[in-house]
Design a protein around this ligand. Structure first.
Ligand code: PMP
Length: 359
């Protein structure tokens, strides 16, 4: 059976070469007579996987030595709470930049802890969608500034990160490893794995060591960045299979020429798709052009009925999961690193046919 052109926003498509490698090693990893899922997370075979996953991430992102790479659980959503619990000192406040549903959830989780947070700018309800501009007034003495680099639902991406005095913390769940990055601009970066990294189950955290040190001792150990840093994320049983998949995906990225190479492929795919949207009056992009995400391409058709028909007919042709998020409707084509260029071409072809038949 042919693989689907899977436009899912996450869990999302993984590179076919990676899936084949995992398949080949499933019954017997490295001559051990068992899969990576079935062995101790403290044995030498898993240890080598753990180390390579971290090393590959360090290479791809040029992570400076004073940062730690942590593998946590609970998804990016758990980080929404762990960040204020770990990094907000007594009586301190934090700044939040809101550009959509995910950054809104981060601020909601922080408020739920009863702490005072400052919302600097909010474009969450803007249609067409965008991210806030550079005219932000940061709060002096804030513990950190939180931002979401790519709003998965609306399809708006931060192109240039704000310069802040306080550590900048970015939720990069839906665009991690899609473009080169200067990690030293950030105090912390985090991402759920299930879009550009691996299957669901592990959360990547890249944190400056002096920030991780701030974790209060009163927090349960497994909620502390410090505890993860000091124990190399191995204090309790780690989700070994997702980390192994991070290792394979990052290996694949290194073979593709690293993040410059991947960014070029992503930009080519996205440029073609946005050009097809712009060439037609039938399709309307939902993000302001300068903030268009190369990962999640969102657009509308003239009516919701036509959108439903579009999704259904595309699926019949093997192009799946094009339905926009239930909160906003419309169409969303998620074209992460692993999404093949041929799938974008197939979608553009189908868009032309559909317009000709229905406009
Ligand atoms: N942040 C962003 C930008 C996301 O896209 C998502 C998931 N779609 C989340 C956070 C939540 O991630 P998780 O389901 O891993 O908690």
């Amino acid at each position: 059976m042919a693989r689907a052109y899977n436009f899912s926003a996450g869990p999302a498509i993984l590179p076919e070469e990676v899936l084949k490698q995992a398949q080949a090693e499933l019954l017997d990893f490295n001559g051990t007579g068992m899969s990576i899922m079935e062995m101790s997370h403290r044995g030498k075979d898993y240890s080598a996987v753990h180390q390579e996953a971290k090393d590959n991430l360090k290479k791809l992102l040029n992570i400076p030595d004073n940062y730690s790479v942590l593998f946590m659980t609970g998804g990016a959503s758990t980080q929404f709470s762990l960040i204020p619990m770990n990094l907000l000192g007594e009586g301190q406040t934090a700044d939040y930049i809101t550009a959509g549903a995910w950054s809104s959830k981060a601020i909601k989780a922080a408020k739920k802890l009863g702490i005072s947070v400052n919302e600097l700018a909010n474009t969450a309800k803007d249609v067409p969608t965008r991210v806030p501009g550079n005219d932000l007034e940061f709060t002096p003495g804030a513990a950190y500034v939180h931002i979401c680099s790519n709003e998965t639902i609306s399809g708006a991406q931060v192109k240039e990160f704000p310069k802040t005095d306080a550590p900048l913390i970015a939720d990069m769940s839906s665009d991690i490893l899609s473009r080169p990055l200067d990690v030293s601009q950030f105090g912390m970066i985090y991402a759920g794995a299930q879009k550009n990294l691996a299957p669901a189950g592990v959360t990547l955290v890249i944190i400056r060591n002096d920030l991780a040190e701030k974790s209060p001792d009163t927090l349960p150990e497994l909620f502390q960045y410090k505890h993860f840093m000091e124990n190399d994320s191995l204090s309790n049983t780690i989700p070994t299979f997702p980390v192994y998949m991070i290792m394979l995906v990052t290996r694949w990225l290194l073979e593709k020429g690293g993040l410059e190479g991947v960014q070029k492929m992503n930009e080519e795919k996205a440029a073609k798709l946005y050009a097809a949207i712009d060439a037609s009056d039938f399709y309307n992009g939902t993000a302001v052009p300068e903030f268009r995400s190369p990962m999640n391409v969102t657009f509308r058709l003239p009516t919701e009925d036509l959108e439903a028909q579009f999704v259904k007919e595309a699926a019949a042709k093997g192009m799946t999961s094009l339905k926009g998020h239930r909160s906003v409707g419309g169409i969303r084509a998620s074209i992460y690193n692993a999404f093949p260029a041929a799938g974008v071409d197939a979608l553009i072809e189908f868009m032309k046919e559909f317009e000709a038949a229905n406009a």
